[in-house]
Design a protein around this ligand. Structure first.
Ligand code: AMP
Ligand code: ZN
Length: 492
């Protein structure tokens, strides 16, 4: 689009903004920690994938050949990120009297439905953890002698065997994982299981033979193995939510150091290649206002379980949630509110209405003199650590620009939307008019009342016209005089 294809990203590991320098020229290889499929994802989880999607789209837009991998964790993630506790999948399967495989299938499909609804591009590969268990065992074998020790409960990684352990984390405590629940016999509180043995006399639904007995891989091991296998160490960027910056990613990094390190090399983290991925990026939380007044991280156990489907059931188009995410910088907390979501929907609607005027226009050359300042502002914003709030404004300025060749405008909007992913040309204003669940009136009935109301107004019978408007309002439909489509759902 312009001549400034620069991209600066915030690396959590070095805690600074760094120009993106690919490991392989012209390529960008990105791994994103995926969901643990024991339950539906909440919209906070989906913020992590909207962020990873914008990152991937930006890399593509800046001309890199993108290889993106997102994993599906269907084994090994315990109820706490700690080493004690129960496997989330095993627990849910037992509670629901179903096989783990059925649980995993159901929730993976639900997650993929949300991915599609949010217009998140498919990664090159969805890697399923249980498909990589033999590779995980090989990886563990290769680091076991120098970096691990065995306890009755499994094979543990000794964090004192790598330099700079925990550099990534902000809330560093002496205890690391051990702060949650200690495992007897650990050498250091922060040591973590890379293989968890099935306790004597127990049978797990998911277990594999290994040199350390029957059991299952640790969650951290999975991501090291899948990222290294599919993208090759070192690769470019590893993403996740900021909770992963504290335990999961420091442990992945420690394993990667152990795996990548050559004999005699101190293998510290000042050499970017030793951490497996050069750049570690983390999105901040979606938070909810708590009853106490403060705002807290959204989780599956707190308050109303905010799934994307709930938003849709209430009549909010899922892309309104994508818009809400884009309105905040990914490193800022974002507070969810229904009013905020309504405002995001209105903003999206305005943009889609403006884009509708360009729908049948063939894209031309975007670099129209009038559009250049906006194109440059957009490139600068997105290139400065994915500043989507500013990029959105540049896109709106293009949509509002007057006396510009429509072909240029169309091309500029297309290019910008290829990064923001609002699907402005694939979504019509009518598509945004989702009927909330529970509203019984049909669209044909609405049209019928509107026709009668139009007639009443033409007859200057304002009493009837008002009564018809109230009749619709009582059914959750708001009449909007002057609006090209005439009506809107009243969102409760
Ligand atoms: P999980 O399924 O728990 O492994 O989480 C999937 C992704 O969502 C991870 O990258 C988490 O860091 C991220 N995540 C979890 N809760 C939130 C939240 N409230 N806001 C944003 N991201 C979150
Ligand atoms: Zn992971």
């Amino acid at each position: 689009m312009t001549d400034t294809p620069t991209l600066t990203l915030f690396n959590s590991l070095t805690r600074q903004l760094e120009p993106f320098q690919p490991v392989h020229e012209g390529e960008a290889r990105v791994y994103s920690c995926g969901p643990t499929v024991y339950n539906y994802p909440h919209i906070g989880n989906m913020r992590a994938y909207v962020f990873a999607d914008v990152l991937g789209r930006t890399l593509s837009h800046k001309g890199y050949k993108l290889t993106h991998v997102i994993n599906i964790t269907d084994v090994g993630h315990l109820t706490d990120d700690a080493d004690a506790g129960e496997d989330k999948m095993e627990k849910m399967a037992r509670q629901q009297h179903q096989s783990i495989w059925d649980i995993a299938k159901h929730y993976t499909e639900a997650y993929w439905a949300d991915i599609r609804a949010l217009n998140i591009r498919e990664p090159a590969k969805w890697s399923i953890a249980t498909d990589y268990v033999p590779q995980m065992i090989e990886f563990a074998k290769s680091i076991a002698d120098k970096h691990c020790y065995e306890l009755d409960s499994g094979l543990y990684f000794d964090v004192s065997t790598v330099s700079d352990y925990g550099r990534l984390a902000r809330a560093v405590t002496e205890e690391g994982e051990g702060r949650i629940e200690a495992v007897e016999g650990k050498h250091n509180a922060a040591d973590f299981a890379i293989w968890r043995k099935t306790p004597e006399g127990e049978k797990r639904q998911m277990e594999w033979d290994s040199p350390w007995g029957k059991g299952a891989p640790g969650w951290h091991l999975e991501c090291s193995v899948m990222s290294g296998d599919l993208l090759g160490f070192p690769f470019d960027i590893h993403t996740g939510g900021i909770d992963h910056r504290e335990i999961h990613h420091p442990n992945e990094i420690a394993q990667n150091q152990a795996f990548c390190c050559k004999p005699g090399d101190p293998c510290g983290l000042d050499v970017p290649a030793n951490s497996g991925a050069r750049v570690w990026m983390h999105n901040n939380f979606l938070v909810e206002r708590q009853k106490s007044g403060g705002a807290g991280k959204m989780s599956k156990s707190s308050g109303e379980f905010l799934r994307l489907q709930l938003l849709i059931d209430k009549g909010y188009h899922p892309l309104a949630y994508r818009m809400m995410c884009l309105q905040a910088h990914y490193r800022s907390e974002l507070e969810f509110s229904w009013e905020g979501l309504g405002a995001a929907l209105t903003r999206l609607k305005r943009m889609i209405m403006a884009a509708e005027r360009l729908k049948d226009v063939a894209p031309g050359e975007a670099r129209h003199p009038k559009l250049m300042p906006m194109l440059e502002a957009f490139e600068k914003a997105i290139g400065e650590d994915l500043n989507t709030p500013v990029a959105l404004t540049a896109l709106e300025d293009v949509l509002a620009a007057k006396k510009v060749d429509p072909a240029a405008k169309r091309a500029a909007v297309e290019a910008m939307d290829s990064v923001l992913g609002l699907d402005l040309f694939g979504t019509g204003r009518a598509d945004l008019r989702l009927k909330p669940k529970g509203v019984e009136i049909t669209e044909a009935e609405i049209e019928d009342v509107l026709t009668r109301r139009k007639q009443a107004r033409a007859d200057k019978d304002f009493a009837t016209s008002d009564a018809l408007r109230d009749e619709l309002a009582a059914k959750g439909v708001e009449v909007m005089d002057g609006d090209p489509l005439g009506w809107e759902w009243k969102l409760g």
